[in-house]
Write a protein that binds this ligand. Sequence first.
Ligand code: S3P
Length: 183
Amino acid sequence: MGSRPGGVIDQNIALIGFMGSGKSAVAQALSAMLQRRAVEMDAAIEEREGMSIADIFRTRGEAYFRGLETEMLEELQGEEGLIISCGGGAAMREENVRKMKERGTVVLLRAAPGTILERVKDSEDRPLLEGRKNARYIGELMEQRREKYEAAADIVIDTDEKTVRQVCEELIRKLEGMKKEDV
Ligand code: S3P
């Protein structure tokens, strides 16, 4: 699997989607299954800035954070075979999506607002949801983002009621399918 140089499965895989859609968990599992390095964009930004995402938003503002995301994606383009778990807002900038696609396949993970709520309800590190952790707000923000998420995606996977492993297997099957179409 994935030995043909330049094949779809050898490229970077950028996981996009709403907060709580499972990008981080899928990136970790996929990293083990494909023997590829996974990069968590939010964690890499936190490490570089020496502060949490919540503190970056609070002290420097969202626009500053968005700039860091674009810089990080730019840097990651220099590498190959990565699994990049993107922050939920990263696909909102066309410039970012262009960078993801330069060397990779963009995979959108989707989930219903109720599923997202279940997954994020106990976390405190998502400033955009602070004080608004309810399915209605999640649904509204998701709707605002839907068009851009879907336009960016090469592959779409619905994750509701699926295990991380099932999502990974579906993703690998779809990547392999793209690879065949490529030949
Ligand atoms: C954001 C999603 C977060 C993080 C930041 C903003 C967003 O990442 O980058 O809080 O705009 O959707 P996760 O999707 O990993 O939670």
